[in-house]
Design a protein around this ligand. Sequence first.
Ligand code: FEO
Length: 168
Amino acid sequence: MLSKKLVDAISDQIQFEYYSAFTYKAMQTYFEAEDLSGMANWMNTQFQEEMAHAEKMFQFVCETGGKVKLMAIEAPRNEYSSILEIFEETLKHEQEVTSRINNLMDLAQQEKNHAAQIFLQWFITEQIEEEANASHIIAKLKRVKEDGRGLMMIDQELAKRVFVPIVE
Ligand code: FEO
């Protein structure tokens, strides 16, 4: 059973997960236009992951007897000027998600809601990977700078990413 405060806070995060999905889908359009299909694939996979995060939270609220409140999702940023800028923005975005998940965990702890804490633990772990993924790509991009061959190699590497459904 979740308190109204927790249902509202998780509903707010569901909205942010959908907004995250939109943000990455918008980033995908940049790469599609630049014919960087590997990076476009990486962003599309990120989009799918965010949708899965929203769904996981949605199901948790339903299973614990709460009623999710869906809210409007604002338009994402649609214009970027470089590959590096996009991945730096990705890292910044994920840091924001981490901070939001930590706040949710703080609330679950304050309310001594053990089920919510166990549930949120999955997202705490997931955020370590989310931030690390973006950081590794930024490091590689900084290493190759504008070198076309290096960028193509990164693009090929990011083409390999596949969406793995969340296993309960
Ligand atoms: Fe749902 Fe990228 O955090």
